[in-house]
Write a protein that binds this ligand. Structure first.
Ligand SMILES: Cc1ncc(COP(=O)(O)O)c(C=O)c1O
Length: 490
């Protein structure tokens, strides 16, 4: 099996994606059989002449799709439960329902999963959904199943326009475009704006689902380092003076993967420069509703007076990812082009779920749902911060995001993240290695922890285990002495 795999180092596709796809092809084509063992990471990476992280990341994606499973102490094996017709997209969307989920919760009984950003089904508001779904069916009958308008169900667009006024975004329903998930939103915008060889600016690191889309359009991606208060503005201005990107894609609040948020001052400066340099900004806002701090998590869109920002908001993290619901807010000059791209993608978004979501807003069930979810996540977040402070050794730094789902750990340069990842995994603690979130060369001393799928008890237990592994690794570095009384820099 190894012999048939060939990675193209000159391709602009990540090596781990190439590897993941080829192994997936072999599994689906039955070239490797159920329960067959996959090569150990170290040996495989040697044969392929790639970094170990490439194999780790490929195996992670395969595992997230249910294609393979890991057995502690024995290795990695092809899963017998995989059904190609349920194919998922890997990366950050990794919850499967029915048999797949039953299997994964059985198969990973003890796993503490800090890697996935997908909320677990116990957080989904099933009872109100059932009630409102029946209301829609009684009210609209077959109309809910007919062809819908490509822009989206008008009452829902009205509800959204009312709802977001509460966040300082004053737009009418005509500026709202419903899409089937934020991922589709990004894809539609890429389809609308990007031609071969166009340049896109992104944050470094950023959401890998966006990188994949931009690469699929053969765009040139330029990464701007992000710090605790936003991207490097000097570098941005310098680049803008020399080059005109088609757009800048960013997440101003509780960014994925870092959890960082832009300062108000940077948000304002961004908009100033957008006007000055005729720059289009795509603002991806998954998580601003999960604000646990005192500072306002204002969107760029709410500050945008000149129509420079296209805003994307997903309902996946704050409602249910399986519904595939998100919306865009689009300045009028782009309406028609984006509508055409949406039409070409899937004509319209499911009419039934749009109607149910509309009733969530109209019957004020939405506020209630969000309040509950936020309370749960805030509890987990506080547990996570307190556990990190208690258990992490000196040298492991993080900035407290005060919102969202992600925490980005920075390690000393000489520490092997891959070893930490592997050792923690062997102890049933899963994490996301930083390398996943870069388009070009990655910084190898980062780890993303996510609180979407772990309860408070697991968080404390998992962080204690992870910290133990890290201490072991740090302790091995020559001359390093771990001081148990030390606190991490926060
Ligand atoms: C920043 C960001 N944008 C978009 C998406 C995709 O969201 P959706 O499920 O709405 O397609 C994700 C998913 O994790 C994300 O983290």
């Amino acid at each position: 099996m190894i012999e048939s795999i060939q990675l193209d180092k000159n391709s602009n596709k990540h090596l781990y994606i190439q590897l993941y796809r080829q192994i997936k092809g072999l599994i689906e084509g039955k070239a490797i059989k159920e329960h067959q063992k996959l090569p150990p990471i170290r040996r495989f990476s040697k044969v392929l002449e790639v970094n170990n992280v490439t194999v780790v990341n490929a195996y992670n994606l395969l595992e997230e799709e249910g294609l393979i499973y890991k057995k502690v102490g024995s290795g990695t094996f092809v899963s017998p439960f995989y059904k190609p017709e349920r194919e998922g997209m890997g990366l950050d969307s990794e919850v499967y329902i029915d048999e797949d989920t039953k299997f994964s919760s059985k198969g990973k009984e003890e796993e503490i999963n800090f890697a996935t950003a997908a909320p677990t089904p116990d957080l989904f508001p099933i009872d109100p959904f059932k009630r409102l779904l029946n209301r829609v069916l009684d009210r609209d009958g077959g109309y809910a199943f007919g062809y819908q308008k490509s822009q989206g169900y008008l009452p829902l667009r009205e509800s959204i326009s009312n709802y977001i006024q509460g966040f300082g975004i004053n737009v009418g329903p005509e500026e709202v475009q419903i899409v089937s998930g934020a991922q589709q939103g990004i894809d539609i915008l890429a389809k609308t704006f990007l031609d071969y060889g166009d340049t896109v600016f992104v944050e470094k690191p950023t959401y890998p689902g966006a990188i994949s889309v931009f690469k699929s359009r053969k765009a040139k991606i330029y990464e701007l380092p992000i710090y605790g208060n936003g991207i490097d503005m000097e570098l941005l201005e310098d680049k803008l003076k020399k080059e005109k990107p088609k757009f800048l894609y960013l997440m101003p609040n509780f960014q994925n993967p870092t959890g960082y948020s832009y300062s108000k001052e940077k948000k304002e400066r961004l908009l100033e420069w957008a006007n000055k340099y005729d720059l289009l900004i795509i603002e991806d806002d998954c998580l601003s509703d999960l604000n646990y701090g005192k500072e306002e998590a204002s969107s760029l869109k709410s500050l945008d007076r000149e129509g420079r920002v296209i805003y994307i908001k997903s309902f996946s993290k704050i409602f249910m990812p399986g519904l595939r619901l998100a919306f865009l807010i689009i300045p009028p000059r782009y309406y028609n082009d984006i509508l055409l791209s949406k039409y070409m993608s899937d004509i319209f978004t499911d009419g039934l779920v749009q109607r149910v979501l509309d009733l969530y807003f109209r019957e004020e069930v939405w506020e209630e749902q969000l309040k509950k979810l936020k309370m749960t996540y805030q509890g987990r977040y506080e547990e996570m911060i307190s556990s990190l402070r208690t258990y992490m050794p000196k040298g492991v730094n993080f900035i407290e995001p005060k919102g969202g789902l992600n925490i980005w750990l920075n390690f000393p340069d000489n520490i092997s993240i891959e070893k930490i990842y592997q050792k923690a995994l062997a102890k049933r603690v899963n994490t996301a290695v930083g390398g996943l979130f870069y388009s070009g060369s990655s910084e190898d001393n980062k780890l993303r922890l996510t609180i979407a799928a772990v309860d408070k008890e697991d968080i404390r237990r998992g962080i204690k285990i992870l910290a133990g592994v890290i201490k072991e690794e740090i302790g091995k570095e020559e001359g390093y002495k771990w001081d148990p009384s030390s606190m991490p820099l926060v």
